[in-house]
Every structure is written in C-alpha cells, then in structure tokens.
Design a protein around this ligand. Structure first.
Ligand code: SAH
Length: 532
C-alpha cells in the first residue's frame, strides 16, 4: 500500500500519501459483499480518490498561504463514529492515546516493551523517553539547534518560566484531570461548565491573581500538542480551560478551549436557539440523504472545502447502484469517509456538495452574508477560523447585567468579529472597541458590519498585535477610562490537529502570538490596577 501511495504522489508529499493509505485501509478492511463479487461491487478504478483534494485556490486572495492546512483545526471523526479496538495491542494503544499520549509515543512504547507489558510499564517508558527529551532541551541552543521560532528573548523567558513550574497531580474540577505537566484529559461530554441543554458546574473559584478587572476571554483549539494548554493556563493566571464542543450549541462540532475569568453563574443563551441538526439547518437535504449516512451533525467547519472533482467522483462511485438502492459496504465507507472529512451534504440523487459560505455563516451564528463581497477562499478561511457565536455569547452573557451602560472592549485577533457580534446579539452596547486584526480583508468585514448595524460606539482598528505597546494602551485606557473585556483567539496554525507540517506547538511562528495576548492582557491588568 505504501509503495502504491508513493508511486501515486511521489516521495515528498507525505500528506497525500497518508491520505491514500487511510483510504486504502478503509477499503481493504471492508468485507466483500455477500451478494455480489468484489470485482463487481467496486466502482471503476478511476473513481477512487487517490489524488489529494485541491481547494479552490485564488491567487488574488490575501493571506492565502497555509490555508489548506489551517483547515483541520479539530476534525474528529469520533464525533460520528465509534471505534472498537479488538486486539490487545489496539486496546493498549487506545488506552494510552486516551491518556493523552501521542499515537507515535504509544506505539513505540508497545513495540519496545512488548504488548504484554502493563499500562503502568508503558507509561513509565514514555515518561522516561519524555524526560530524556526534556533533558536534551536544556542544552544551550548553540550546541543543539532546535526548531523554535521565538521572536525575542522575552518569549524565551516566558517559556522558561512556564517550564520551571513544578509538576502536579490534581483534580481540576470541570472534568479535567491533570496527571503531569503534559497529559491533559479532555472532558467527555465536552460541555465545559454547562450548555443551555446540558447542566454543568455552577460555581468555581478563581486564583486571586486571575480576578479582574479586566474580564478576559481567550480561545484556542482544544486538540493541541501535549503541554500547550498547560502553558497557556499557567500564563493566564493558572485558570483552567473550559473545553466546549459547539455541537452542544449548533449543528456543527467545534472543539475549543476557553480560558477566562468570567463568572459562570446565570449564563443565558441567544434566542432563538440555532438548529441543532443538519436536517433542521438544511431541510432540503433530507430528501436526498441516504439511510446509510447516519450523520445528524457536521464535523468542525473548516477553512477550505472539497473540490468539485471529489464530489463528481463520489457521484460516479454511487451511480452504478441506483437500481438496487444501497451500495456495497466498501463504497459506502469511501463515501462516508469523504463526507465526514469534508462536511459534505446531500443535495441531489447521489450528489453531495460542500456547504456554501452563507450556510457556514448561519451555522456559526453570523448574520447571513456577513462575509459577502470578499473572495470565496477568504470567506471560507475567515469563517473556518472564527468563533461559534452561540457558544461564545453564552459565556459572555454574564456581562449583560454587570454592564448595563455598555463596555469598552479590546478585541485581539478579531478576525471577522466573532466577539463583537456575540456582544451585539446579547444586546450589550460597545462604547469603544479597539480591534486588532492583521488581515485588511477581515477588518473591512468588521467595519462594514459595524456600519450596517448602526453601532453608536467607536471602532478603532489596528493591524498587528505585536505593535500594540504600553504607550498606546495607556492612551486608550486614559481616554476611555479602562477596558472592561479583553477577548482573543490567537492563531492555531501550528497547533491544529492535521497540520503535520508545522505542528510546532506554542512556539510556532503564528501560535507564539499567544504570548502577545498574554503580554497585552498583563499590561492592561497592571494599568487597570493603577487606575482603580
Ligand atoms: N476570533 C476571530 C478569529 C481568530 S483567528 C473571529 O471570530 O473571527 C486568528 C486571527 O488572528 C486571524 O484573523 C488572523 O488574521 C489574525 N492574526 C494573525 N496574526 C496577527 C497579528 N500579528 N496581529 C493581529 N492579528 C493577527
């Protein structure tokens, strides 16, 4: 299989090779149909994907680079699919992965220690390997160059500070157990402190240093390389992340972690509640939805979409089975694999299609056509990176009674304005908004929305968070009398699940902008303390 995949894609394109291997594997593992010989049940050879899907590339789009890989922020077929390990090895592998180790770490440990070793032995082996890796990291940089992209000495100092904190083993509430510095167990169900439909915890106590002013709200993808969330929460005053999957709010999954110092009592949702299933959101699809596609919710909405070539291949793969109704299992597996991966919906007989940008806007809680007027590529990209409004609004709702006259907002990495729209929909007036966003295209989207909605406050735009210094903040704070809320979700490009090329963790080029969030928040906090 590997040889075949390499022959198809060449040796360099690891992503495509892996993709094909997954596909071959899915096809290989499906038992031949009882009622028809395998040759007949296979669609014509050329129907099968083997090539990597292309996004609709747009050479005139801004910020195009990297958008393909950004997409897989938290694609997770486990939302729809149960995986049942059968062999002892698979069971151990799964237990280790569930404990927070990577698949690679787990399989090396099983290989080295033997499949009969106990889980304790296996975790010991992995810890020892991690320990020796950490020791390596203490060599001076000149002796042992590492792939870090830290921009300045300050960021490095932050990292050392975070590393120096002692290991602990504590129950953190909120369903999260931290067993050591690295392994963080994501809660299941991923409802954080609760959702409108799932009751959760109603009280928490925050570390002293974490309490406002200002209130702050930081967001990033839940599934990051190990250790990332521990570092984030250590910088953000030791507050534990609230992990929430937006599938408990709307018809699409979106697993995110939120570190914030907001109260959690008396939250309320935006009304009307958005559609919770695909059929509620897109009733037209029901007519074409085959019985063997059991999806009722979508996976995470991505920054890019499937090509027309892929949807045509799917149509061809299915059309031979029109007469008999249900296609053979291997075809079904192939189709479902692609449907889940690319969030395809049924729009005609044997015909699947990706969602349109306005449909994505609706699912994410944005006004329809919010991003209209920019390139299609930019629409998918900015929407794929944005907040899910209902989720974020639920968390921010506690501000409504606390600020009846409105708030001053510092919105970092504003994108297409997820935070601003959540506040607006909650009926919280924005007196002054300083919005920092590097993409001119996204800034225009927010400016247009601001004007369209007749906001009565002031919107100030800046481009680069790295240029937001103490003098500027001091100026804003003295002019407005302080910021009430600092919101931001820094880029996840080096953290997100399937970004196999640049998954450098928090020290990656874009992801290290988290440290700017912390730097700015800490400056504001210091200034606010002096003001009050
Ligand atoms: N929460 C936002 C999107 C966050 S995605 C929303 O709801 O739409 C991260 C954003 O950070 C992207 O829009 C990206 O363009 C922006 N960004 C990247 N580098 C930046 C920088 N140096 N300064 C400001 N914004 C930046």
């Amino acid at each position: 299989m590997v040889a075949k995949a390499i022959k198809e894609h060449g040796e360099e394109d690891a992503d495509s090779i892996l993709e094909s291997l997954l596909l071959y594997n899915a096809l290989e593992n499906s038992p031949p149909e009882q009622d028809s010989p395998p040759e007949q049940s296979s669609p014509p050879e050329q129907c099968y994907p083997p090539q990597q899907q292309q996004i609709d590339s747009d050479p005139f789009s801004s910020d195009y680079e990297g958008s393909f890989l950004d997409g897989f922020s938290d694609l997770d077929s486990s939302d729809n699919e149960e995986i049942n390990p059968t062999s002892e090895e698979e069971k151990k592998l799964m237990s280790l992965v569930n404990m927070g180790y990577t698949e690679l770490e787990a399989s090396i440990a099983i290989e080295r220690c033997g499949v009969d070793s106990s889980l304790v032995d296996l975790t010991d082996f992995i810890s020892a390997a991690q320990f020796s890796k950490a020791e390596d990291a203490h060599f001076p940089l000149e002796e042992k160059p590492r792939r870090l992209h830290i921009d300045d000495k300050k960021k490095r100092k932050f990292c050392e500070y975070a590393m120096s904190k002692r290991k602990k083993k504590v129950g953190l509430g909120n369903g999260i157990i931290e067993e050591d510095d690295d392994a963080l167990h994501l809660p299941n169900p991923m409802i954080g402190f609760g959702t409108p439909t799932h009751l959760g915890q109603i009280h928490r106590s925050l570390p002293e240093a974490a309490t406002g002013p200002p209130y702050f709200y930081y967001e990033n993808v839940a599934l990051t390389p190990k250790g990332v969330w521990n570092t984030i929460s250590r910088f953000l005053y030791d507050i534990q992340p609230e992990f929430v999957d937006s599938k408990y709010f709307c018809a699409a999954a979106r697993k995110r972690g939120y570190v914030h110092n907001l109260p959690i009592e008396n939250r309320f949702p935006l009304i009307p509640l958005p559609p919770q299933t695909i059929f509620d959101a897109f009733p037209m699809t029901r007519r074409w939805w085959p019985s063997w596609d059991e999806r009722r919710q979508l996976n995470c909405l991505q920054t890019c979409i499937a090509s027309a070539k892929l949807t045509e291949r799917i149509r061809l793969a299915l059309k031979d089975y029109d007469e008999d109704g249900i296609p053979p299992e291997r075809v079904r597996r192939y189709v479902l694999y692609e449907c889940r991966k690319w969030n395809l919906v049924w729009v005609g007989k044997n015909k699947v299609a990706p969602l349109e940008p306005d449909e994505v806007e609706t699912l994410l809680g944005f006004p329809r056509n919010h991003t209209r007027g920019i390139s299609r590529t930019d629409r998918f990209k900015s929407l794929g990176n944005s907040f899910q409004i209902d989720t974020v609004a639920y968390h921010l709702s506690v501000l409504k009674d606390r600020f009846p006259n409105g708030i001053n907002l510092l919105s970092l990495f504003s994108g297409i304005g997820g935070a601003e729209i959540a506040l607006h929909r909650l009926g919280i007036r924005m007196k002054n908004v300083v919005s920092v966003e590097i993409s001119a295209v996204s800034r225009t989207v927010v400016r247009t929305w601001w004007e369209q909605t007749n906001q009565t406050g002031n919107l100030y735009h800046l481009a680069d968070v790295q240029e937001l210094n103490a003098d500027r903040l001091e100026h804003y704070i003295s002019t407005f009398g302080g910021f009430d809320l600092v919101v931001g979700g820094s880029p996840c490009n080096n953290l997100a699940g399937s970004n196999r090329h640049h998954r450098d963790g928090l020290e990656g080029k874009e992801s290290s902008l988290f440290y700017d969030y912390f730097r700015i928040l800490d400056l504001v906090k210091g200034m606010m303390a002096r003001y009050s």
